[in-house]
Every structure is written in structure tokens, then in C-alpha cells.
Design a protein around this ligand. Structure first.
Ligand code: NAD
Length: 261
């Protein structure tokens, strides 16, 4: 297994893409720390499931990614429980869909904190360990919205463009330390995050559910298919491999052709 003895932290991994990435890294032999919100029993079942399915150690830290001090404490906890964090996946994210003049201030603040600032805090805390061992992988789940915009997603598009910039900066700073930093930028992936934005998009655009799926979401994807969480997770595993050691500062699209248009 290619990632045996590696220690990974995946933020926002109680659900969706993050959970798929945590499981895929564990399948390759990495110990993992998962993070995120949800029903305590379901989270514990997910953690135990990783240990049972892949024979690795799995930990859970419930740090709120909107709170910088808690985020940095989570990395310290991971270093203490697993050993140096050498794979860091910044994946936690939320969405809110609203015209800008009605965009709630607290939603703006939460999206910037969770989708952008949390990555600054985890990277800041994890980089000393990676630099010292001259190996590390930082993977940020950005989005097609780190490259292009859509109306009614001002905070999300701003945060994801910011995350792409942070990734490039960190890649340059760490280029000679064996540490890569890259963005994975999915198009629409069928997860609870997508499911949950359908009602607000129906309201903002005065559309039916079917119209939102076909005319807003899949209209952007030339393949007319949703990306799967396992496809995103496979790309994350690849970025952790030695074959990907010269890929850094990249923003890798996995979007059914969306951003080619
Ligand atoms: P999801 O809602 O299934 O998962 C989000 C995860 O983040 C959950 O584990 C949730 O508990 C966690 N989370 C939310 N707020 C948190 C907080 N304050 N602190 C800690 N954890 C928190 O969504 P997903 O679709 O799997 O999204 C994962 C990432 O992928 C996000 O960054 C999202 O922007 C990005 N993304 C998703 C899509 C898509 O179509 N689903 C497309 C492009 C990018």
C-alpha cells in the first residue's frame, strides 16, 4: 500500500467528498483523522468503519472550521495522536445561494471562514512538521468556482478563488521542501451540499427542482453527468503518490468539461 505510515487529516470528512477522500487514503494504508459535523453515532460508525475496512488507525476531531484556534488545535491533536501530519486535505465547505443585495452577513462570514480561512489555519499549523521531514501533500478541495463564477454565489466564489490563490502561494513557498500544494476543482458532485442548495436555487431563480438540476447544474457540465465522490478521491490519492511529486501549485479540474467552455 502506497501510503502506509502516512498520517492524513481531512477536514469536513463526515460526509460527501471528504469522507470518500478519507476512506481512499485509508485504503492506501494511511492513518486518518476525520473532522466535521453530524450525528455522533453516525460519525463514530464512519470512524470505526475506516479502521475495520482498511486496518488503519482512524481518529475524529470535531473542530469547528470557522474557529481558527480550534482548527490549529486539531492539527496539534493529529500530530500528537498519529505523528506528523504529512497529508492535509482542506475540504470542509458550505454554500449559500442568494442575490448579493440580500446575502446575509453571517453567511458571508461563515463561508469565508470555513471555505478559505480554515485552510490558512491548518496549513500554518501543519507546515512546520512537513518542512522538517521534507515531505508533505496539501490538497485543497476548491471548485470549478475557483476558476469561474456563477450568479448568487458571491461568498462561495470569492472563497474558492481565494483558496486557489492560497494554494499557489503555499506551493511556491514549499517547492524546495518536498511538499506539494494543489487544488482539486470539481464541478457538480452529487453530495448533500449539492442536494441542499436546490431549494434556495429554486427560489432565487424561480425554477422547479428538475430545472435546477438540468438547466443550472448539469447545463454547466458538457458531459451532462455529475462527478462522483470516488472520482475526486482517486485524484487526491494520485496527488499523494510519488508520481505526482512535480505537480505543485496546480488547480486540477474534475468537472466534466465545465471550465473548458
Ligand atoms: P458535504 O456537505 O457533503 O460535506 C461538507 C463537510 O464539511 C461535512 O463533513 C460537514 O460536516 C463539514 N463541515 C461543514 N461546516 C463545517 C465546520 N464549520 N467545521 C467543520 N466541518 C464542517 O459537501 P461536499 O459536497 O462533500 O463538499 C466538500 C467540499 O467540496 C466543499 O469544500 C465544497 O465546496 C467542495 N465542492 C463540492 C462540490 C459538489 O458539487 N458537491 C463541487 C465543488 C466543490
Amino acid at each position: 500500500m502506497s501510503l502506509a505510515k502516512r498520517h492524513a487529516v481531512v477536514t469536513g470528512s463526515t460526509s460527501g467528498i471528504g469522507l470518500a477522500i478519507a476512506r481512499a487514503l485509508a485504503k492506501e494504508g494511511a492513518d486518518v483523522m476525520i473532522n466535521g459535523f453530524g450525528d455522533a453515532k453516525a460519525i463514530e460508525a464512519g470512524r470505526v468503519g475506516i479502521e475495520k475496512d482498511f486496518g488503519v488507525k482512524a481518529f475524529y476531531n470535531g473542530a469547528d472550521m470557522s474557529k481558527g484556534a480550534d482548527v490549529e488545535a486539531m492539527i496539534a491533536d493529529a500530530n500528537a495522536k498519529m505523528g506528523t501530519v504529512d497529508i492535509l486535505v482542506n475540504n470542509a465547505g458550505i454554500q449559500h445561494v442568494s442575490p448579493i443585495e440580500e446575502f446575509p452577513l453571517e453567511k458571508w462570514d461563515a463561508i469565508i471562514a470555513i471555505n478559505l480561512s480554515s485552510a490558512f489555519h491548518t496549513i500554518r499549523a501543519a507546515v512546520p512538521g512537513m518542512k522538517a521531514q521534507k515531505w508533505g501533500r496539501i490538497i485543497n478541495t476548491a471548485s470549478a468556482h475557483s476558476l469561474v463564477a456563477s450568479p448568487f454565489k458571491s461568498a462561495y466564489v470569492s472563497a474558492k478563488h481565494g483558496l486557489a490563490g492560497l494554494t499557489k502561494t503555499v506551493a511556491l513557498e514549499l517547492a524546495t521542501f518536498g511538499v506539494t500544494a494543489n487544488c482539486i476543482s470539481p464541478g457538480y458532485v452529487w453530495t448533500p451540499l449539492v442536494e441542499n442548495q436546490i431549494p434556495d436555487t429554486m427560489k432565487a431563480r424561480r425554477m422547479t427542482r428538475e430545472q435546477v438540476i438540468n438547466d443550472v447544474m448539469l447545463v454547466a457540465q458538457p458531459t451532462k453527468q455529475f462527478v462522483t465522490v470516488d472520482q475526486v478521491a482517486s485524484l487526491a490519492v494520485y496527488l499523494c503518490s510519488d508520481a505526482a511529486s512535480q505537480i505543485t501549485g496546480a488547480n486540477l479540474s474534475i468537472d466534466g468539461g465545465w471550465t473548458a467552455a
